[in-house]
Write a protein that binds this ligand. Structure first.
Ligand SMILES: [Zn+2]
Ligand SMILES: [Zn+2]
Length: 279
């Protein structure tokens, strides 16, 4: 393998040639200047590290602590248009019975999709399974596991983003990462998007670290993250994008972001401004 050009450490930004070798074999370059910085995010990074997981990015297995959020999501009313866009096999006749005021609950949508008459079929099924068999059995049951994995993106997409630090710690890292991905509007699986998805998970791991790393580490990690997702959006798009990122980060650290422009109006930098109490 050719020696990579030095790039900033995803945690502190120091230029380094050290990258995660397992991910590099999968075609994903994540640079860490030290073992300590690699270990800081290993808990979340290992979920998607290396060939067969890093690219194409495989969703990590369901964790038990994700289930409460997924069950809650079953009651969410989401715009039917969104559901239809995501799951095209829902027929018009089936849908007309399940849609009210242009909205549909995930439970109803899933019931229709699975051809079951009971509105709450998915909820019965899942709570019944978890109650009687437990998570171990559930994880070994490919149909149900696949079905829950299918619900996961809806959970992340429509559930409320945590607004206080306790909630950020309460939700699984994958949820926080997904909130960052939604803020960035990552919609496809291009190489650059895959890399950003990895980086969103790494940042989520840092934001959720218990005990929290020093604020300087969090600030530099956020700076590395926003640097990595700087594309030459319009000012308005960039404000919306990084505003969404801030919503996810701010429960942990009250930072601000300042966008700096080229003369032609393109974004040149996004600078993390630490809390006024920090130096
Ligand atoms: Zn480092
Ligand atoms: Zn890796």
């Amino acid at each position: 393998m050719s020696t990579p050009q030095p790039q900033p450490c995803v945690v502190r930004g120091a230029q380094t040639k050290n990258r995660c070798s397992a991910c590099a074999r999968a075609g994903v370059d994540l640079f860490f200047c030290s073992t300590a910085h690699q270990q800081l995010v290993w808990k979340v990074h290992r979920m998607v590290c290396g060939p067969d997981k890093a690219k194409p990015l495989m969703p990590p297995p369901l964790e038990e602590d994700e289930l409460p959020a997924i069950f809650d999501a079953l009651h969410l009313e989401i715009p039917y248009e969104d559901f239809q866009r995501d799951i095209t096999s829902l027929t018009l006749t089936q849908a007309s019975q399940a849609v009210r005021r242009g909205k549909i609950t995930l439970a109803r949508g899933m019931a229709v999709l699975w051809g079951e008459p009971a509105d709450d079929f998915p909820l019965y099924m899942v709570t019944g399974l978890v109650g009687s068999r437990g998570i171990t059995w559930l994880a070994a049951h490919p149909t149900v596991d696949g079905w829950l994995l299918g619900l996961r993106p809806y959970t992340y997409k429509y559930a409320r983003i945590p607004t206080d630090v306790k909630a950020v710690y309460h939700f699984p890292a994958r949820y926080v990462a997904a909130a960052l991905e939604i803020a960035l509007d990552l919609a496809d699986d291009a190489d650059s998007t895959t890399l950003l998805r990895h980086r969103s998970l790494l940042l989520a791991g840092i934001l959720q670290k218990v005990p929290p790393p020093p604020s300087g580490v969090i600030i530099s990690a956020v700076q590395q993250f926003v640097d990595s997702c700087l594309v030459y959006d319009s000012f308005e798009q960039a404000v919306a994008k990084f505003g969404g990122v801030l919503n996810v980060v701010k429960p942990v650290l009250a930072i601000e972001l300042s966008l700096q422009l080229h003369g032609d109006g393109r974004i040149s930098h996004c600078v993390v401004i630490p809390p006024t109490s920090a130096t």
